[in-house]
Design a protein around this ligand. Structure first.
Ligand SMILES: Nc1ncnc2c1ncn2[C@@H]1O[C@H](COP(=O)(O)OP(=O)(O)O)[C@@H](O)[C@H]1O
Ligand SMILES: N[C@@H](CCOP(=O)(O)O)C(=O)O
Length: 316
């Protein structure tokens, strides 16, 4: 459960006085997620999500996320819309954390990934990339290739042999990936979601209904966002790669944004990098998450398997 920060009912009621959203009916911490503390709010005006930003989010960058989500919502992307308080500001403070209320999206994460859901994912991703073109403020990818070595250097096994082996193998794999990582100008770039896992894509009546969790969004290669989706959506039981799912993501994507031959050609290395990025953050969290935190830690070895797959197979 990802609730790192508890909130008191009275503090929440006081906080809500700054908004025109009516009165508090109920609220509860949300069990899913790993990054921030999320609460579902039932207010007299409807349902909302309250996020208290934790560890990885730099509060100076929050206005970028708020601006980006607002821009997407204005451009017909079904995503959470930040709610402004009476003073016109969406970003506030609660329980000593930066806090944001956004609209609640209907729908649920897909239970069984199908080729049809991958097709819809590809379409939605291309539309997201196109819609982001009008938002020209840049946010560098802090978890991009230039940050991987620093992240790995902060991982210490503390004598655990299994983790030691993972760290040591990752040092070798990281060098391999970096040795042929594309130069910044080599591929088309723009605003990307950067964490479009199945839990961040909602479906309703079998159709894709919305995208959430934009707090890793940044400016990077569009094709890297596709590579993240291939990692997250196209493996069965974390073991078996299903290329037909990738084909469907690409088919859906190219209906709205055709890939250049170079983007296609670089997809395998981008898939390696995407696997490595999630391996690294999961490894970091595996080691650093405090024992009492109400969060289910994610398994880094699942992404080591993907990385090994993409290092051994140079096509997607
Ligand atoms: N705008 C939203 N509408 C509906 N549910 C949401 C919304 N934002 C978050 N949630 C719920 O909260 C959960 C955790 O949100 P998420 O942004 O993925 O958290 P984290 O960034 O901490 O991992 C989601 O899986 C979803 O169930
Ligand atoms: N998707 C990442 C972790 C971030 O979790 P989310 O709940 O914010 O999507 C991973 O699987 O490692």
């Amino acid at each position: 459960m990802a609730v790192y920060t508890d909130i008191e009912e009275n503090a929440l009621k006081n906080f809500l006085l700054d908004y025109d959203l009516g009165s508090l009916i109920s609220f509860e911490g949300i069990t899913e997620g790993v990054e921030n503390s999320n609460y579902r709010l039932v207010l007299s005006s409807g349902n909302y999500i309250l996020t208290l930003f934790e560890k990885r989010v730099n509060s100076a960058e929050l206005p970028w996320f708020v601006g980006y989500m607002g821009h997407l919502a204005k451009n017909n992307i079904s995503c959470p819309l930040p709610i402004k308080a009476k003073d016109g500001q969406a970003l506030r403070q609660l329980a000593n954390r930066p806090a944001l209320i956004v609209t609640f999206l209907d729908g649920q994460a897909v239970k069984n990934i199908t080729e049809q859901s991958c097709l819809e994912l590809g379409r939605a991703l291309a539309k997201l990339h196109k819609a982001g073109e009008g938002f020209d403020s840049e946010r560098s990818n802090k978890l991009g290739a230039q940050g991987w070595k620093a992240l790995l250097s902060q991982c210490d096994s503390h004598g655990d042999q299994k983790i030691e082996a993972l760290i040591s193998q990752t040092h070798c794999d990281l060098e391999k990936v970096l040795s042929h990582w594309p130069e910044p100008k080599e591929l088309p770039r723009g605003q990307i979601h950067a964490d479009l896992f199945p839990d961040n894509v909602f479906f309703k009546n079998e159709s894709l209904s919305g995208i959430i969790d934009f707090y890793f969004a940044c400016t990077d290669f569009f094709a890297y966002d596709i590579a993240i989706c291939i990692n997250a959506w196209c493996f069965e039981n974390n073991e078996h790669y299903l290329p037909q799912r990738t084909a469907m993501i690409l088919q859906g994507y190219e209906e709205f944004r055709p890939l250049s031959p170079l983007e296609r050609n670089r997809l395998p290395v981008l898939c390696q990098g995407a696997a490595l990025r999630f391996l690294l953050t999961r490894l970091y969290d595996w080691i650093h998450t405090p024992p009492g935190a109400k969060v289910v830690k994610k398994n880094p070895w699942d992404y080591q398997k993907r990385l090994t797959y993409f290092l051994e197979h140079k096509s997607v």
